[in-house]
Design a binder for this molecule. Structure first.
Ligand code: NAD
Length: 351
């Protein structure tokens, strides 16, 4: 299939394909839109079923980054990368070195950061080859792991949603199910537990589950059943596609609000959620904390107060999306998409 007829192609400015047989690297970098600035978004390292699945992921994720960065009113555009995890043994350092070399070849039209499967050590390896990288752990202006800031933003967003649906931001006693306890999901679960929520959690990592049970008093649920838990709020914090026909039909929660990118498997899920009376916090609005933190590093002077002000703004934006959707009888996704496209079109200052 050609890129231009791919169902997830959305006038992406560029889609780069990289291959380095020596290290086993096979990667895509998609630059969706650079109206607001150089395309920025993380690199995902994942074992995909096939090339097609990886391409679909990078097209969808990079588009979501444009929308996310525009909604957060950041001076960066949208892009994303995926590296197909090789089967069997491979030299991780050689692979990320080759990847860093490729990021350098596209001359800063794309600035990378961490995403699922990429560690701070991998980021340091990439940095040996290119300066077009952010979210580093070390260095003068390093912003570090973006995940805690993402979790903070999602926690704030969940409280806004709870106020709309339950009349109060107070989460004590609220039953919240969290799908995925990784960098963001676990930090979010900590916030929620501290706020007195009753947590049900699922992950494929048994050690993490044991920790969540011991530290947070979380109830452990099998991976395939987390969406069936009797809960007030469902928080997808694993990979994309958590909301699909099969899961939605068994969801009892009144709110869907989490960190995962591309939570709706298909766009019709936004309407289906609304019809079921479930308030959906559009993923790219509520999960922008991490890229906000990265943008602070990219500005050249990391300022925590600026990050906090941006998280306050994230809350206001989410509240506006909820208000407009309610007043105009539209889906929250529809309202957010419209606002994001306007914010993307309004600025064409970077070239
Ligand atoms: P992570 O890799 O640290 O965590 C993902 C977790 O999900 C892991 O613990 C993994 O074991 C678990 N998981 C995988 N498949 C699962 C399944 N079927 N059911 C339950 N758990 C499963 O990644 P992360 O950085 O925490 O990111 C989580 C999600 O949030 C991703 O979709 C990511 O794109 C998105 N996101 C992350 C950030 C960030 O700052 N890290 C920012 C915005 C969006």
């Amino acid at each position: 299939m050609s890129i231009f007829s791919h169902p997830d192609f959305d006038n992406h400015e560029a889609v780069h394909t990289f291959c380095d047989p020596a290290s086993g690297l096979r990667a895509f970098i998609a630059v969706h839109n650079t109206n607001r600035g150089p395309a920025s978004g993380g690199t995902r390292f994942w074992q995909y079923a096939n090339d097609e699945a990886a391409l679909t992921d990078v097209l969808r994720l990079s588009r979501a980054m444009s929308f996310k960065n525009a909604m957060a009113q950041l001076d960066i555009g949208g892009g994303k990368a995926v590296i197909l995890r090789p089967e069997g043994d491979f030299d991780r350092e050689a692979l990320f070195t080759a990847y860093g070399r490729f990021v350098e070849t596209i001359s800063g039209t794309y600035i990378t950061a961490e995403d699922v499967g990429v560690s701070p050590a991998d980021m340091a390896t990439i940095k040996t080859q290119t300066n077009h990288v952010a979210g580093l752990s070390e260095g003068d202006n390093a912003s570090g792991d973006p995940s805690p800031v993402t979790a903070d933003g999602v926690f704030r967003g969940i409280k806004i949603a709870a106020e709309r649906v339950f009349g109060s931001k107070d989460l004590s006693g609220r039953r919240i199910s969290v799908q995925g306890l990784g960098h963001v999901g676990y930090a979010l679960a900590e916030h929620l537990a501290n706020a007195g929520a009753v947590l049900s959690v699922a992950d494929i990592n048994l050690d993490t589950l044991a920790k969540a049970k011991a530290e947070l008093g979380a109830i452990i649920v099998p991976v395939g059943e987390i969406h069936t838990v009797d809960a007030d709020i469902f928080s997808p914090c694993a990979l994309g596609g958590a909301i699909r026909h099969e899961t939605l039909s068994r969801l009892s929660a009144k709110i869907v609000a989490g960190a995962a990118n591309n939570q709706l498997l298909t766009s019709d899920m936004a309407v289906a959620l609304k019809q079921r009376g479930i308030l959906y916090a559009p993923d790219y609005v509520i999960n922008a904390g991490g890229i906000i933190n990265v943008a602070a590093e990219l500005s050249g002077h990391y300022n925590p107060a600026w990050v906090t002000a941006k998280l306050d703004q994230l809350e206001e934006t989410l509240a506006t999306v909820f208000d407009r959707a309610a007043n105009e009888d539209r889906t929250t996704q529809d309202v957010a998409d419209e606002m994001a496209r306007q914010r993307m079109a309004a600025i064409r200052k970077w070239r």
